[in-house]
Structure formats: structure tokens, C-alpha cells
Design a protein around this ligand. Structure first.
Ligand code: ZN
Length: 521
């Protein structure tokens, strides 16, 4: 199979996402007063409404409506003042009502968008904008200094409810095949879900990942869900099709499921793009089907083939009147809006002169952005912001095993600040800084104590450095001669040799200056 880079030179990928979020911060279900509690004993949180007993009447959860309106306002959607609930009919034991209550053509939130700042390596998958100047726009993309900005449309965000949970007994790993019987737990039935559907505006797996990261950080900021991709409270399906560059009509799409981490989302889409290209280049056709990403086998597998559209016989829910939102209600929700991630990125760039990449990296992880703000509030001056950001992005971020891991107790704003201070005062070199950081986490000690204990102070004594530089130059006369003949790249060799002799403790700026001076003498 060809690489993604190669495929994207001849083919354009068209990607749309469908993203489900469970409103985990609510206390009760969507249409009844049953408690939402993960891990409770089976069937302890049920009632006639969520069990669909005859005559039971649903009542919408106002807090859930507030959550979806907040999500809509945060993603630039129009809020529809009048929308309705519908019945999506299907018969399966996990849904005792035999239908799912969902929304029809008009949802609470319509016509939104997110702007994705693509920088660094993430921007390189997009190959068709290299000829643009910064500030120029083509299609939904505007070129920026350090990458580009992609404007991605959101078709809608609608409200629906989750089904119960089936447990298959006697089969392999709880699978239905080979099972002797199945059990059902209705505690999850009726859990409020919101589903966001994007326009087919995404063109690379990196853009899909960026969209998901942006949405996750928004949902976390507005506090509507814990957004755990691992536990499934945030789930993402992708629709992918290919067309030759320059073509306008869409190709046949496949739907990809089971992308339960940002890496799986990127890798699953990348594989599917390459697979489709291979089929098409060999004269084959793409079938409209649902596929499953298998991260360990690193391929996608067919789950089911769609011959015709599913017929759920969607019809208006007779037990729920059309839902009318008043201006006062919408404004009261808007008043609760906290600072959104994009605004935070801009504030970090303006107040602390951070690059877009640094600001986005911090804001993408709420643990890093709040640590950054605590560091800056503690004692660090704005001049130290870049140093703090570097440590957070290059060191602290690596300590998180997954989205749920906590900051190690050894890391505090005051310790980060004193580490940054020592680096900026050149008490220690950046190489020593990495060692101090690792020791700080491993030994739970203040960085200044570590530097004292290990006698790690950086050598900034000009005389001592000159001595080492003289030694290095005299023991490499051939290289020194080649340098003088014009091979200036050898400068790095001499600096490296000096650093080695000083065991990383030499001030790199001084070493550079002295090596340059001595070689040109
Ligand atoms: Zn209930």
C-alpha cells in the first residue's frame, strides 16, 4: 500500500465526523428523574419512563437542554427556538421502548463552525496550499505564518438518549457469538447524549484529529461532559471518501468506527484513505459499508455492508410537545459561558507572547493550561512564559499516560518557576535542566536543592572554558585546518566536543562564542 503522503498527492480525501458526547456532568436522565450513576448495581436506576412501560410520560430534562444550548453557542451554532423530538423505531432488547427518542431535521443547534489552527507537523498533510501566501484564502483554508487555518462547518448538534447495556454470557470475551444467554442493564437507558455532525469539510486525518481535540477542549471548558474517549463518553465515527484532485463530485464513502483515542482517529482514517486509494487504482469500486479500525492489526475490517438506507420510520414523538426556547433562556445560558479555548489561545499569545503552536499545545490539555496559569500567577514574570511553556510541553506533557492521568504531586508551580529561573539565569544548562526536571519528579525535591546536591552549576567561567576549547582545538588539528579552509559546519563538532569534556555543564552560549573566536584567530 502507498503511504498517505503519496496517496494525497493524487487523491483528495473528504472526511466528515459524527461525534457523540454523553452529558456526564448531569445528575438525572433525559426524560425521567432516574439517577445517572456509572457502575451502579444493574437495573437499580430505572422507572416506568426509561423502561417504556405503557402509559408512562416523558418530561425533558431542562439541565440537558441547557447543556446542548451551551454546546451550540460555544461552537458558533444558530440556536433553533422551536425544535421537536422524534421516535427512531427499532426493536432490540437494549431499548425497552422499541424506539429511541431523538431529534428530526431541525435540531436545537444548527449551522455552526470551528476554525482549526493547523501548525507544525500537523499542517504538512495538506499539500495543496503550499503556493499560498500568508493571509491568502482558498476554499475553507487560509494560509498563516506557521501553517494554515481551516474553517470547518458543523451541520447540527442534536439531542438524543442512550440505550441500555447488553452483557453476553458464555461466549468469547462477552461477544454475542457463542453466547448461551444475554443479560441487559437498563441503568444507561435514557442517558442524555448530544450528537454533533460536521460538514464534509475535513481533508486530512490531522484536521480530523484537530477538530476532535478542539471540540473536546470546548466541551471540557463548558463542563458538559468528562469527554473520556477511553470510557466512551466521547465517541467519534468518520465518513471517508476519495476523489481525484480537481474533481467536484463526491466518491462513495465508508463509515469508520472504533476510533477511541486521538491516535486511533488519525491512524484509522489514514489507513482507510490508503486502502480506498489502492482499491480505486486497481480498478475496483468502494462499497458503502461500515468498517471497524483494529489498532493492533493496524487495518480496518468490514462490520456490515449497507445495501439501502436504514429505515427507522422517524416520526414525531406524540408524548412531547414541540420544544420552545425563549430569548431569556438562551441569554441566561449565554451568560454562563466561561472563557472558551480559542479566547484562551489568543490571551496566551497576546499576554505572554507565546507562539500559536505553544499556546495551542497548552490549551489542548486543560491540565497543562491550568498549570501554566498557576505558574504565571505564582511568581514567574511574563518574560519567563516561554521557558515555562517549554517545560510544560516538552517535559510535563510526557508524564501523562492518558487523558485521565493526574499531575504528579512533585510538580508544583513554585518548583517549575524556580527551574525556569535557573535556566534563564544560566545557572544550569538546558541539558542539565532536563536532568533536574527528571530528578525533581523522581525524588520529589525542589530543583534548587537538586542542583546544590549534585553540584550541577553550569560553568560560565570564561577562563575555564577557554582552557577546554584550546585543548579540543589542539587535539583535532585536521578538523581545525578544514574549518579554516571554509568547512564552517565543523563549528558544531568543536562545540560538541567541548560540551562532552565539560559533561554538559558548560554554558553553551559562551562555548559557541569562544570556539568561534579561537577558530578564527
Ligand atoms: Zn427512569
Amino acid at each position: 500500500m502507498k503511504s498517505l503522503e503519496e496517496v494525497l498527492r493524487t487523491w483528495e480525501a473528504v472526511i466528515g465526523l459524527e461525534i457523540h458526547a454523553e452529558l456526564t456532568t448531569l445528575t438525572t436522565k433525559m426524560f425521567c428523574g432516574c439517577k445517572l450513576e456509572f457502575g451502579a448495581a444493574p437495573n437499580t436506576h430505572t422507572c416506568p419512563v426509561c423502561l417504556g412501560l405503557p402509559g408512562a410520560l416523558p418530561v425533558p430534562n431542562k439541565a440537558a437542554i441547557e447543556s446542548i444550548v451551551l454546546a451550540g453557542l460555544a461552537t458558533n451554532c444558530d440556536i433553533e427556538k422551536r425544535s421537536m423530538f422524534y421516535r427512531k423505531n427499532y426493536m432490540y432488547p437494549d431499548m425497552a421502548k422499541n424506539f429511541q427518542t431523538t431529534q428530526g431535521p431541525i435540531a436545537f443547534c444548527m449551522r455552526g463552525h470551528l476554525d482549526l489552527n493547523m501548525t507544525g507537523a500537523a499542517s504538512r498533510e495538506r499539500i495543496d496550499i503550499d503556493d499560498l501566501e500568508a493571509g491568502q484564502t482558498r476554499g475553507n483554508v487560509t494560509k498563516t505564518q506557521d501553517g494554515y487555518c481551516a474553517h470547518v462547518g458543523i451541520t447540527r448538534i442534536h439531542m438524543e438518549e442512550d440505550a441500555g447495556k447488553m452483557i453476553h454470557i458464555g461466549g468469547d470475551e462477552g461477544r454475542i457469538s457463542g453466547a448461551t444467554h444475554s443479560l441487559v442493564d437498563y441503568n444507561r437507558a435514557g442517558t442524555p447524549l448530544i450528537e454533533l455532525v460536521t460538514e464534509p469539510d475535513l481533508r486530512t486525518p490531522e484536521e480530523a484529529r484537530a477538530f476532535m481535540q478542539n471540540l473536546r477542549r470546548i466541551y471540557l471548558a463548558i463542563g458538559i461532559s468528562d469527554c473520556s474517549m477511553e470510557e466512551g463518553s466521547l465517541r467519534c465515527d468518520g465518513n471517508i471518501s476519495l476523489r481525484r484532485r480537481g474533481e467536484k463530485t463526491f466518491g462513495t464513502k465508508t463509515e469508520l468506527k472504533n476510533m477511541n483515542s486521538f491516535k486511533n482517529l488519525h491512524d484509522g482514517l489514514a489507513f482507510e484513505i490508503c486502502r480506498q486509494a489502492e482499491v480505486l487504482e486497481n480498478g475496483g469500486v468502494i462499497h458503502q459499508e461500515t468498517r471497524h479500525w483494529d489498532p493492533s492489526a493496524k487495518c480496518t475490517i468490514v462490520m456490515r455492508v449497507k445495501e439501502t438506507a436504514d429505515d427507522y420510520r422517524l416520526f414525531p414523538e406524540p408524548d412531547l410537545a414541540p420544544y420552545d426556547l425563549t430569548d431569556e433562556f438562551i441569554e441566561s445560558v449565554r451568560a454562563k459561558m466561561p472563557e472558551l479555548p480559542d479566547a484562551k489561545v489568543n490571551r496566551f499569545k497576546n499576554d505572554y507572547a507565546l507562539s500559536t503552536y505553544d499556546a495551542e499545545s497548552l490549551v489542548n490539555d486543560i491540565r497543562l493550561s491550568s498549570l501554566f496559569e498557576n505558574c504565571m500567577a505564582y511568581q514567574a514574570s511574563p518574560a519567563q512564559a516561554k521557558g515555562v511553556a517549554n517545560i510544560l510541553i516538552n517535559e510535563v506533557a510526557l508524564l501523562f499516560a492518558d487523558d485521565e492521568s493526574h499531575l504528579p504531586a512533585a510538580i508544583s508551580p513554585e518548583r517549575i518557576s524556580s527551574l525556569v529561573q535557573m535556566l534563564q539565569e544560566e545557572t544550569i544548562s538546558s541539558k542539565q535542566g532536563k536532568e533536574v526536571f527528571a530528578a525533581m519528579v523522581a525524588e520529589d525535591k525542589d530543583p534548587r536543592i537538586i542542583v546544590d546536591e549534585r553540584n550541577m552549576k553550569q560553568v560560565s567561567d570564561t577562563g575555564a572554558i577557554e582552557g577546554v576549547v584550546d585543548e579540543v582545538i589542539s587535539s583535532h588539528p585536521d578538523e581545525a585546518a578544514r574549518y579554516k579552509e571554509g568547512n564552517v559546519k565543523l563549528m558544531g563538532f568543536f562545540v560538541g566536543e567541548c560540551m562532552k569534556r565539560m559533561r554538559g555543564a558548560g554554558n553553551p552560549k559562551l562555548i559557541n562564542e569562544i570556539v568561534a573566536r579561537k577558530l578564527n584567530e
